[in-house]
Design a protein around this ligand. Sequence first.
Ligand code: GLU
Length: 484
Amino acid sequence: MGYTGAMTRVRFAPSPTGSLHIGGVRTALYCWLYARQTGGQFVLRIEDTDAARSTDEATQVVLESMRWLGLDWDEGPEVGGDAGPYFQTERLGLYKEYADKLIASGHAYRCYATKEEIAEMRAAYEKASGGKRGFRFRSPWRDRTDGDPNVPHSVRFKTPLEGETGWDDVLRGPISVSNTEQQDFVLLRPNGLPLYNFGCAVDDITMKMTLVARGDDHMVNTPLQILIYKALGAELPRFAHLPMVHGPDGKKLAKRHASVGVLEYRDLGYLPDGVINYLARLGWSHGDQEIFTRQELIEKFSWEHVGVTAGRYDGKKFEHVQAQHLRMLDDAELATGVVPWLKKRGLDVAPDDRKLIAAIAPVQLRCATFIELADGLDYFFRPDDALTYEEKGQRKFMRAEDLPQLKTLRELVAAADPFDAETLEASIKGWIERDALKMKAVAQPARMALTGRTKSPGLYETLVILGRESSLARIDRAIAVIEG
Ligand code: GLU
């Protein structure tokens, strides 16, 4: 049985060494969902004790990613009026205190062996065993207590020489590893910085975690952490080891497969709720349901339905989920959401702009992200005399033989009264029938003239959104371009 604290307490403990990988975020998400579902707490802890690899920039990326996804954390030391997160480098005194406790109880010792000495022992082992690997360092200091605490040393754990260490994994069931597999691992470096297993175990104990979820690449570390728990007489949390996220080829998801940093999805115009929906489903299921709101995820998430086989990233599916979430927004939300993306394209449009509100519904049907939405709306806001034409479309549908259609269209647009979709449809369809034209022969040159593209909302709708004046100006310009 795991730790029985009444309140669920879970954490996300990234090392700030790069972008926040969506595989890691999935772990954070499951913990966050679980905390929100149970009314528990979700702690964010930055494991920044690897001085050579940790950067402030990466920490900012973690915080920005979590905030953008809406994965809020509950506590931490007050920093600039904000609660948390915790930083391990601000807790070094605590690790020292726990290392001293372990030394005093005989579970750890001060080790003065230098790197060079250890390397020599390893070389001697490999030589004697004919190049075999698997060297396990046994320190000559293991049973000594006479070392001077003022002389630089590391603190090593005194790993039991027999017995087994195991746990009942939430996702994988009982797992057990022989203690003879382990060496006397380092808890504290001579500079006082803890190694991952020690910092992590001390924090998870003192932060009273009830469940520790992390990637299955950490399964080798869990027995070491459990040894530390036991030596400190601490109650074990439950452990859940999540499979990695794989690329389509079955290898760990990497840059060559797809964007892996969370913020890249923000920059592609994805919605945070769509990202968490897709990531949640990548390794967890609830019947056949694919689309979940954030609230539904909170209600329905369960560890029992998290699988142990690696989820495979599928970009198409991700886009589909995105599109569904975009569709859940109403026109005003879409307008507000797309305005910054239009601004980035140099189009200064207000969220309550008449044309924007009118164009959003038809355009969004073709879009999965805000970038696509901004792209699909772009031409409505370009000055009539600055519209650019897609090259292929121009070649195919802006030829001399398209001129008569554009000229007649111009007359009908000028004459339509009232200027609405029904009137335009009736008069344009009437002309097409009368002259036995193909719809495409009219619609495609018209699209090119009005939007510069071969794909856009329907012709009548587009005319109405642009308005008569703009539509006429654009048709005139296309005619002029064709006539050269
Ligand atoms: N800092 C570790 C990592 O980012 C944390 C693993 C854990 O959750 O214990 O992999």
